[in-house]
Design a protein around this ligand. Structure first.
Ligand code: NI
Length: 254
């Protein structure tokens, strides 16, 4: 694989927000040697993510059903996810998890879909990409019981104790645009205390756009702004931050 400087480990390139200029957005990332893992949130977007990955060398896909869409998860969906995952460009099961903030699917369905997809990932020897919002108690209980073999807590939000709990479970912490938000001193404080080798960089494009583009559409090329902020906070060079690319490669086997 060629020399990628950074990998945006969490983007939604299939989003309709890119329908007008998706190829341009992708080209901007590639021109800066930035690879992308684009993640699905339901069956259709997982298939779209895989198609994007199949066509481009520096794009890989996560397939899965997001907690918002958990009500759509069933045996047929799981079978299709399994079929997608047979493709070598699928490097993770995700985005999966729990979201008790928006509660767009019943919580019991969220838990069931999450557990089934952890089991699927473990069976297929794939990492999981985990979404957790205001659901930490159940999240930890499920992770302790069903132990994903490997994975990342996408857009980690919480204090240092929670960061340590996730790290003790062997998980990476995904760090993105919120690190640059003015109000987010807690996240900056956590970042300053956790080792670089437990961090993955991400954007969650088209959401969570970093400063100074906050309020506009996000895109994978902006992962460099996250890298710059990590470097500033940890008082290291951007080249040092780029060592997280190697950890992303190890986690996702790319
Ligand atoms: Ni996401």
């Amino acid at each position: 694989m060629p020399n990628l400087k950074l990998i945006d480990t969490h983007a939604h390139l299939d989003s309709a927000d890119y329908n007008e200029d998706r190829a341009v957005v992708i080209a901007r990332a590639f021109s800066e040697a930035i690879g992308v893992i684009t993640v699905g949130v339901d069956l259709d977007s997982s298939e779209a993510a895989l198609k994007l990955a199949q066509r481009r060398r520096f794009i890989w896909a996560g397939v899965g059903v997001h907690p918002h869409e958990a009500r759509t998860f069933n045996a047929h969906v799981e079978k299709r996810l399994r079929e997608f995952a047979a493709d070598s460009k699928v490097v993770a099961i995700g985005e999966i998890g729990l979201d008790y903030y928006r509660d767009l699917s019943p919580r019991s369905m969220q838990r069931d879909a999450f557990i089934e997809q952890i089991k699927l990932a473990n069976e297929l020897d794939l990492p999981v990409i985990i979404h957790n919002r205001e659901s930490t108690k159940d999240m930890l209980a499920i992770l302790r019981k069903h132990r994903p073999k490997r994975g990342v807590i996408h857009s980690f939000l919480g204090d240092i104790d929670l960061a340590r709990e996730f790290m003790e479970l062997g998980l990476y912490l995904g760090i993105g645009g919120p690190l640059t938000f003015k109000k987010n001193d807690i996240l900056r404080d956590v970042l300053s205390q956790i080792p670089l080798d437990r961090i993955l960089l991400e954007t969650d494009s088209p959401y969570l756009t970093p400063v100074p583009y906050r309020g506009k559409r996000n895109e994978p090329a902006y992962v460099r702004l996250v890298a710059n902020e990590v470097a500033r906070i940890k008082e290291i060079s951007v080249e040092d931050v780029a060592t997280t690319t190697e950890h992303a490669r190890q986690l996702f086997h790319i």
